[in-house]
Design a protein around this ligand. Structure first.
Ligand code: KIV
Length: 263
């Protein structure tokens, strides 16, 4: 098995221009599969509010729910670095609360690092959490927890602000930054300016790594698939067909067959 992915290893990958592969996962089964597939970083994203809980946005997700899911994924990961996503209102109010909540991801959830959304405005929280010895991944550009402020899930194009956000989160001590929903040219400039790795989602190919929501890339959910997603499988179709065949077999008394029965 290849060596465990650590934060210095991610920095080394940027230096050597080796792409970092990241994906979200929310439970033990998919955590194990992602790890076995050689994924470098698994994010237990608050996107679980939408793809697992069926909500229309990520805002209602709670700390307890995030810790519960992070624990499942952390128990599965042997090699991949596990990042827990801090939910809405777990870090925005004040640095002390941000440190305590980040600490829960490490102590109770078994994560190695946490992620939070925002740039300049959350720099004090990034600084506070990382000073407590907890690695922080920042997330700028299209930040889904600010959906109401953005007026929807919109590509962010204010170059000056995006560059400032990126420089500030690096300065505050983030080990990496997710760039979401940013034009390729801006994401390229940010990636060149930063020492820490950029992980893109809808931010073009120049980022140091890429991340996608598991359910989008595997075709597991029936929600709208954004333009930036490449669907590598259509698992929803497979699952529906498998369950349909099972239902037909039970109704026609073809299952269980003799080989599934005890003498
Ligand atoms: O919650 C999430 O899954 C995320 C990724 C899309 C980066 O924040």
């Amino acid at each position: 098995m290849a060596a465990t992915v650590t934060i210095p290893r991610l920095w080394d990958m940027k230096e050597k221009q080796e792409k970092i592969v990241a994906v979200t996962a929310y439970d033990f089964a998919f955590g194990q599969l992602a790890d076995a597939a050689g994924i470098d970083m698994i994010l237990v994203g608050d996107s679980l509010g939408m793809v697992v809980q069926g909500r229309s946005n990520t805002l209602p997700v709670t700390m307890d729910e995030m810790i519960y899911h992070t624990g499942m994924v952390a128990r599965a990961a042997r090699r991949a670095l596990v990042v827990g996503d801090m939910p809405f209102m777990a870090y925005q109010a004040e640095p002390a609360e941000a440190i305590r909540n980040a600490g829960r991801f490490i102590k109770e959830g078994g994560a190695v690092a946490v992620k939070l959304e925002g740039g300049v405005s959350v720099s004090p929280m990034i600084q506070a959490i990382s000073s407590a010895g907890i690695p922080v991944q920042a997330h700028i550009g299209l930040t889904p927890q600010s959906v109401h402020q953005m007026g929807g899930y919109r590509v962010q194009r204010d170059e000056e602000r995006l560059v400032e956000d990126a420089l500030q989160v690096e300065q505050a001590g983030a080990f990496s930054v997710v760039l979401e929903g940013i034009p390729t040219a801006i994401a390229t400039k940010i990636t060149q300016r930063l020492k820490i790795p950029t992980i893109g989602i809808g931010a073009g190919p120049a980022c140091d790594g890429q991340i996608l929501v598991l359910h989008d890339l595997l075709g597991l959910s029936q929600r709208h698939v954004p333009k930036f997603v490449k669907q590598y499988r259509q698992l929803a179709v497979e699952v529906r067909n498998g369950l349909g065949e099972y239902a037909e077999d039970v109704r026609a008394a073809r299952f269980p067959a003799p080989e599934h029965c005890y003498d």
